[in-house]
Design a protein around this ligand. Structure first.
Ligand SMILES: Nc1ncnc2c1ncn2[C@@H]1O[C@H](COP(=O)(O)OP(=O)(O)O)[C@@H](O)[C@H]1O
Ligand SMILES: [Mg+2]
Length: 168
């Protein structure tokens, strides 16, 4: 079972393509749900990745950053999906006051930016995806944190065109 995968993403299109591949892996996995924590500084590409994920599942419209709304719900391909951005949250206890759990409702797929700002108030992550600026592109590390996460990493690794960078 694969526990992690690393990749270099040369441009925003590559980040979006990775999001699409993540959605493909989810569709192939038959998993009942998936919780993804997206880590990385402002501008690292987290929302760009989510955009590709949602497009692959059939979303045609805009993908607004949920910085102010905290969560944007989607219903796609039979999934209830929540795109969450906790950047503005300074204390996870604020989330209890805001009723994030109620807002999330029955979401079966969550994609969370700034998950550390919501520690203790979020579903346990199956996957942790870290993005880091690297030259003019980004370096991505995708780590499995559950059995479901491992099966997704296995499926991702099997999708053509998604190879780990060659060792230097
Ligand atoms: N692999 C990449 N290489 C270069 N630029 C990228 C890459 N991925 C995303 N970007 C760009 O980075 C900027 C910030 O992306 P965004 O997804 O909004 O970041 P975040 O949600 O992490 O704050 C956007 O202009 C986007 O096009
Ligand atoms: Mg963002």
């Amino acid at each position: 079972m694969a526990e992690s995968l690393t990749l270099d993403l040369a441009d925003a299109g590559a980040t979006e393509a990775f999001g699409e591949r993540l959605a493909t892996a989810l569709l192939r996995s038959g998993a009942a749900g998936l919780n993804v924590h997206l880590e990385g500084d402002l501008g690292a590409g987290k929302t760009t990745l989510v955009r590709g994920f949602l497009r692959r599942l059939g979303h045609a419209g805009r993908v607004p950053s949920p910085t102010y709304t905290l969560t944007e719900p989607y219903a796609l391909a039979g999934w209830r999906i929540a795109h969450i951005d906790l950047y503005r949250i300074r204390d996870p206890r604020e989330l209890a006051d805001l009723g994030l759990r109620d807002t999330l409702g029955p979401a079966v797929v969550t994609l969370v930016e700034w998950p550390d700002h919501g520690a203790g108030h979020l579903p346990a992550a199956d996957l942790r995806i870290g993005l880091q600026v690297s030259g003019s592109g980004r370096h991505l590390c995708c780590q499995a944190l559950s059995v479901t996460g491992s099966s997704i990493v296995d499926l991702l690794a099997a999708i053509p065109g998604l190879q780990e960078p060659a060792a230097p």
